[in-house]
Ligand binder design. Structure first.
Ligand SMILES: C[S@@+](CC[C@H](N)C(=O)[O-])C[C@H]1O[C@@H](n2cnc3c(N)ncnc32)[C@H](O)[C@@H]1O
Length: 243
């Protein structure tokens, strides 16, 4: 059975608009759908990514493509001295992040609308940057990595958490059955859009595997580029340090 329908990705210049509109549609139910689709494991993955960030106390951290702010709030729970800026280009996701910020009484946080490929920050602005489940969605991985490197201070780390391609063929086949077959069904029921939750798994089909993505970090100028696999490689955390 072919569990990877591999729908063609949207054309590159339309990708940003397509992704923005898609997240606007699923924003109201995004958090609940995430928890159900990942069986609650996404929270643990975010914590692993935050541990790898090694954010310095009191540091200024960017959560890129922050969505509803899950990583922002985890960061602040881990270390309330951090100053965290969430950036996303989908306003309905940010509306939810800001509402959560008020509810959770989150300390030093701001949520800004912006495109991660053209960040509204000066060079060397941040002591660390993190991105969760979004690299598959950007129109250009290389432009995004170069832009992130630009806004990081020398030595500051970027951590990227995302779905990846498991290296073991049998495990990958099992996981693909779930990811490409079941996730769109759950997404249709819980997330409110079967189309969105068909696009999201398919965006992995055209994404580099873990080794290739690490090499893209190196090509963008990150030092010490490496990755850790979670879930047998179905999820990966990549990281690298600004030179
Ligand atoms: C799957 S959600 C992840 C949200 C959050 N990081 C999390 O861990 O739950 C992907 C987010 O990336 C945002 N996004 C995608 N491409 C973007 C871009 N080029 N610039 C800014 N945000 C972008 C979308 O609007 C969406 O909120």
């Amino acid at each position: 059975m072919n569990a990877s329908p591999a729908a063609a990705p949207p054309p590159k210049n339309d990708k940003s608009a397509y992704v923005r509109d898609m997240f606007a549609t699923i924003a109201p139910r995004y958090d609940r759908a995430n928890r159900i689709i990942s069986a609650g494991m996404d929270e643990g993955w975010r914590k692993r990514a935050i541990a790898l960030l090694r954010a310095p106390a009191g540091g200024r951290i960017a959560d890129l493509c922050c969505g509803t702010g899950d990583i922002v709030f985890h960061l602040l729970r881990t270390d309330p001295t951090l100053r965290v800026t969430g950036i996303d280009f989908c306003e309905p996701m940010l509306v939810r992040a800001r509402a959560r910020s008020v509810r959770e009484g989150a300390g030093s946080t701001e949520f800004l609308e912006g495109d991660v490929m053209a960040l509204p920050f000066a060079d060397n602005s941040f002591d660390g940057a993190i991105m969760g489940f979004a690299m598959r969605n950007v129109a250009s991985i290389d432009a995004t990595l170069r832009e992130i490197r630009r806004v990081l201070k020398p030595g500051a780390r970027f951590v990227n958490l995302d779905m990846s391609k498991a290296p073991n063929a049998a495990w990958k086949a099992c996981f693909d059955l779930y990811f490409y077959g079941i996730v769109p069904l759950i997404g249709g029921i819980v997330g409110g859009s079967r189309e969105a939750y068909t696009y999201l798994p398919n965006s992995l089909t055209h994404h580099p595997d873990a080794e290739a993505l690490r090499d893209r970090f190196r090509e963008a100028g990150f030092a010490n580029a490496a990755f850790a696999r979670l879930m047998g490689g179905a999820v990966a955390i990549h990281y690298g340090d600004a030179p």
